[in-house]
Design a protein around this ligand. Structure first.
Ligand code: HEM
Length: 301
């Protein structure tokens, strides 16, 4: 896994223009301090302390997905929202989401291979010819790859719906396991019109979120989707059926800038007692990739 993670990060550096000191994905972003108020509605499903009724501190980083921070805001239709909860025992746990419910590769090998095929990402999107080739070779990636062409970004970091994509397990006091998926819901969902997108100058999203937070807290609701036994827990290219039961775990209130959180590694596999990672190989691979990215970017500064 570690070797494949190194090769994959090398490939990202080859395909994209990644300046020294930056994350190898989601390079440009902005970090905030927040607090999370839990409803306690999933007490019967998980013993995780931050989901019991009450409040915990958190940091949040919003980002544009591109590994190249020079890409304009509109060139990165997928935005990220990474949240780190600070637990009472001094440990931390993360939920990392993007504005897409699915990922385009089922396994780390396929993700790495696809990066080897795409050569023109420096222009913002793969060429049409490369896209057709990828669709033929990786049919399970079709849903997201075709979406890249019509995907609309949210109009603001504050108006996106952020999906953690992978399944996790909630574990309760009796040791029972419930598959779940996380979803951050904004106060108001709003997308960017293609016309507005053209005229956006770089950094508009960062300026917008700064202004919003200065005026008052920006809030997100955290929901979990409860999986049924037939729902796949190992495949990030598949969404679960829309009619699955949802629970609201709580509300995140974003208060002020937190520059120091720019250093944080939001490793999605960093869970806590009461939560377990699923067997999804992409999820477990991310642990290695994020560590390598962190090691390289901190060595460079
Ligand atoms: C093979 C799959 C993936 C690889 C190799 C990968 C790689 C990376 C790397 C290297 C970073 C920068 C880490 C750092 O330096 O701190 C990163 C950040 C990020 N990734 Fe991924 N990623 C993958 C899949 C995903 C998926 C499925 C999601 C969807 C939830 C996602 C969402 C994010 C977000 C939101 C960030 C920014 C976190 C922050 O603000 O620090 N990634 N990714």
């Amino acid at each position: 896994m570690d070797e494949l993670a190194k090769t994959t990060i090398d490939r990202i550096e080859k395909v994209f223009d990644v300046p020294a000191g930056y994350r190898r994905a989601h390079a440009r972003g902005k970090s905030y301090r927040a607090h999370f108020t839990a409803t306690g509605s999933a007490n019967h499903l998980t013993k995780a302390t931050h989901f019991q009724e009450g409040e915990s501190e958190a940091v949040v980083r919003f980002s544009h997905f591109s590994p190249d921070p020079k890409w304009t805001d509109a060139m990165s239709p997928v935005k990220g929202m990474a949240v780190q909860f600070l637990l009472p025992n001094g440990k931390v746990t993360n939920i990392v989401g993007v504005t897409s419910p699915i990922f385009f590769a089922k396994t780390p090998e396929i993700f790495s291979e696809m990066l080897g095929v795409v050569k023109s990402f420096k222009k913002g999107k793969p060429s049409f010819k490369e896209l057709v080739g990828l669709l033929a070779d990786y049919p399970e990636s079709g849903a997201m790859l075709t979406n890249i062409w019509k995907m609309q970004a949210p109009s603001s970091f504050a108006t996106g719906q952020y999906y953690a994509i992978h399944a996790f397990y909630f574990i309760n006091e009796e040791g029972q396991r419930q598959p779940i998926k996380y979803l951050w819901q904004p106060e108001e969902v709003d997308t960017l019109s293609p016309l507005d997108a053209i005229s956006l100058s770089s950094g508009t999203f960062e300026r917008d979120i700064e202004e919003r937070v200065a005026k008052g807290p920006v809030k997100f609701r955290l929901d979990v989707i409860l999986g049924q036994p037939e729902d796949p827990t190992d495949d990030p290219t598949k969404e679960w059926p829309q009619d699955r039961e949802k629970l609201t775990l709580g509300t995140l209130t974003i208060i002020e800038a937190a520059e120091e959180a720019e250093e944080v590694v939001f490793d999605p596999t960093l869970v806590t007692d009461g939560i377990e990672c699923s067997e999804d190989r992409i999820l477990n691979f991310r642990h290695h990739a994020y560590q390598i990215s962190h090691d390289r970017r901190t060595l460079e500064t």
